[in-house]
Every structure is written in structure tokens, then in C-alpha cells.
Design a protein around this ligand. Structure first.
Ligand code: ZN
Length: 228
């Protein structure tokens, strides 16, 4: 039997396993290593359903005596884990969500449906000319937004708002979600995100920012209606 988890939970497990490795490399004190192991197990158990039931024995057996032991633990855990794929989407349902030429939207839907089969993902994104489209299935709904983008120049490091990864500025895009409130009034929310969505998906550990950003239009219109 395998434990089914989502991409974010998978990323968390990878990150925590790396933390175990790093701890071992940095400290010869076995007691410290074991305390960190307990913390890692506790955190994963708290955040991921059934993790503790599945892997308590594995963690108990690992005495943090060697890197090999840690690698074996990771391998054993990953072998029993299955990352659930994002759902397939349909053109007919998506065309109500975003204004885009039919040809482009059909291409996005097709690319999305292929990508989710090949990669563990939390969201999908692709560039269309100067814009970037985001697709993020969340619970029963599927958020989809077409954003304006602009690039940074210079060699500084910038934080991605979705995955919190530090990237060089050429790996980051400034994306903005603009909505029309009425004839002349627009409202925009902008943030920084990785231009390579696959890299971003490998690091992302939470979806709050992603959700807030992609739901921006909906929330804004709702609050506008409440005020009127
Ligand atoms: Zn990112």
C-alpha cells in the first residue's frame, strides 16, 4: 500500500530529508542528530495525513549512525509514496474563466493536460507571447489567470513569492493580475515568481500566496459589490 500525497507534501518530505542529511554532516553528536530526526518525524506526522502510521517504524530503525542510513530511510519512504497528479481540464470549462483566443487556450489546455501526467505539480504555467497563464486546480474549482509580465535586469537575487526560492533576477518574472472593476477603474496585484514553473513546483511548500494571487480578481469584485 502506498501513501498518496500532493506535490507540496512531497516537497516537504524531500526538504526534511535533506535537513537530516545536513544535520548529520554538520554534527558528530548523535544525540543532536536523533533529536532532529524526532523533530522531522513529528513535523511530517503533523502536516501529512497518515505519515506517522506509515513511517514510524522506519524512523525508529534509523539510528543516524551514517549517511547511508539516512539515504536508506529516504529511499524507503519515497518508495511507499505516490504523488497524486493534478486533474485533467477541459477547454469548454476553461473558456469561461479567461479571455484568450481559442487557439491559444486550446494549446494551454493540451499542454497542461500533458504536463500534469509527467510532473508532480501544484500549479501549471506557460508563457504566451508577453503574457503568462497560470492554472491552479484548488479543491473543486480550477483557477486560471492570464497575467502581464515584465523582466528584471541586473544580477541581483530575488525571492519568488510562490516558492520562497532565491533566484537570480533573470530567473524571475514580475507578474501582474489586473481586473476591470468598471469602465475606467482597474485594479492590479503584482508579485515575483519563477519563470521556470517546474523549478518553482519543486520548491513550493504552501499555496496561500498562489491562491491569493490567482483569486485576486474574484475577491476584489466581491468586496466591491459589498461596498455598493
Ligand atoms: Zn518559485
Amino acid at each position: 500500500m502506498q501513501l498518496e500525497i500532493n506535490n507540496i507534501e512531497y516537497n516537504l518530505i524531500k526538504k526534511k530529508m535533506k535537513q537530516l542529511r545536513d544535520t548529520y554532516m554538520q554534527s558528530n553528536d548523535q544525540e543532536i542528530c536523533n533529536v532532529v530526526k524526532e523533530q522531522v518525524f513529528f513535523e511530517l506526522g503533523t502536516k501529512i495525513n497518515s505519515f506517522a502510521d506509515f513511517f514510524a517504524e522506519f524512523f525508529e530503525k534509523c539510528e543516524m549512525n551514517s549517511l547511508k542510513e539516512i539515504d536508506d530511510l529516504e529511499e524507503a519512504v519515497l518508495a511507499l509514496i505516490k504523488v497524486v497528479k493534478l486533474p485533467q481540464i477541459e477547454y469548454e470549462r476553461m473558456k469561461k474563466k479567461v479571455k484568450m483566443p481559442e487557439k491559444n487556450l486550446k494549446r494551454v489546455v493540451k499542454n497542461y493536460n500533458e504536463a500534469v501526467l509527467n510532473e508532480p505539480l501544484t500549479y501549471y504555467s506557460q508563457q504566451i507571447d508577453e503574457k503568462k497563464v497560470f492554472v491552479f486546480p484548488k479543491d473543486e474549482e480550477c483557477l486560471m489567470v492570464l497575467c502581464d509580465t515584465s523582466r528584471y535586469n541586473g544580477g541581483r537575487k530575488i525571492l519568488c513569492d510562490f516558492c520562497n526560492g532565491f533566484r537570480t533576477s533573470d530567473e524571475i518574472l514580475f507578474v501582474s493580475n489586473t481586473i476591470k472593476l468598471n469602465k475606467e477603474e482597474y485594479s492590479t496585484l503584482g508579485l515575483n515568481c519563477c519563470s521556470d514553473y517546474i523549478k518553482c513546483n519543486q520548491d513550493i511548500l504552501q499555496t496561500e500566496k498562489l491562491t491569493d494571487f490567482l483569486r485576486y480578481g474574484k475577491e476584489k469584485i466581491k468586496s466591491k459589490r459589498r461596498k455598493m
